[in-house]
Design a protein around this ligand. Structure first.
Ligand SMILES: N[C@@H](CCC(=O)N[C@@H](CS)C(=O)NCC(=O)O)C(=O)O
Length: 228
């Protein structure tokens, strides 16, 4: 069976990595059973066999794949149906754009709205590392980063405008059916959902309606996920 190292909180059932969620949705899309192994930020030793220090790390027998994009490509190439990139190379290239958009625009827009909540969700042994590394990355304390989020959330919603317009004319980013592009964005949104109760979306937002459909996919994989 496929195994995946998956970021967890103190409670091993709390899984909140936006990248690991992309891979979990991708495996579920293909109907592939996936054993997820809870992993903590400071447990670098446990994934040293992958030659780097981030999750997700997928293990398929002797084969080791890290990086959520590489995992999606690996799953597509080894189990072609049902396709994550239906349509082939062009669909894969378009999904790759969604991946870079999620990493460079969406994730950084979400982080300052939930990052202090996230600190409470990470395992106690990870908290000092998490605070130090993220405060260094952003150049401010986690408390400063998350301050005034009630007024800043409008700016975040503006970031979703292209997605909102798209979802007014089609049910999925993939068109008539969900594709890996949907998993990328749904997976990214699992991160705030699992660690925070801050309302990122207004209920009548087409993005919220699409997310609700996405949470119900694969037997409610996203909806049943543990939250803080
Ligand atoms: N490009 C990678 C990014 C993976 C990544 O950054 N994972 C985070 C967890 S959400 C991590 O393992 N961080 C380790 C650390 O910050 O030390 C992917 O798409 O998988």
């Amino acid at each position: 069976m496929l195994q995946m190292y998956d970021l967890a909180g103190e409670d091993p059932a709390l899984r909140f990595s936006p990248y690991c969620w992309r891979s979990r949705f991708a495996a579920a899309h293909k109907g592939l059973p996936l054993e997820t192994i809870p992993w903590r930020f400071t447990d670098k030793q446990a994934i040293a066999f992958s030659g780097q220090g981030r999750v997700p790390v997928l293990r398929d027998g002797a084969k080791v794949v890290h990086d959520s994009w590489a995992i999606a490509e690996y799953l597509e190439d080894t189990t072609p149906m049902p396709a994550l990139f239906a349509g082939g190379a062009t669909a894969r290239a378009h999904a790759r754009f969604v991946n870079t958009w999620a990493d460079t625009i969406l994730l950084p827009a979400i982080a300052p709205l939930i990052i202090r909540d996230l600190l409470d969700a990470v395992a106690p042994q990870d908290r000092a590392y998490f605070r130090e590394s993220r405060e260094q990355r952003f150049g401010r304390t986690l408390e400063e980063l998350q301050a005034d989020r009630d007024t800043r959330v409008a700016g975040f919603r503006q970031v979703l405008l292209p997605l909102r317009h798209l979802l007014r004319v089609q049910p999925w980013i993939g068109g008539a059916a969900p594709s890996y592009a949907d998993h990328i964005v749904l997976g990214t949104l699992m991160w705030p959902r699992c660690v925070s109760h801050f309302e990122l979306l207004q209920p009548d937002d087409p993005v919220a309606e699409w997310q609700a459909r996405g949470l119900d996919l694969y037997g409610g994989l996203g909806r049943s996920a543990k939250r803080v």
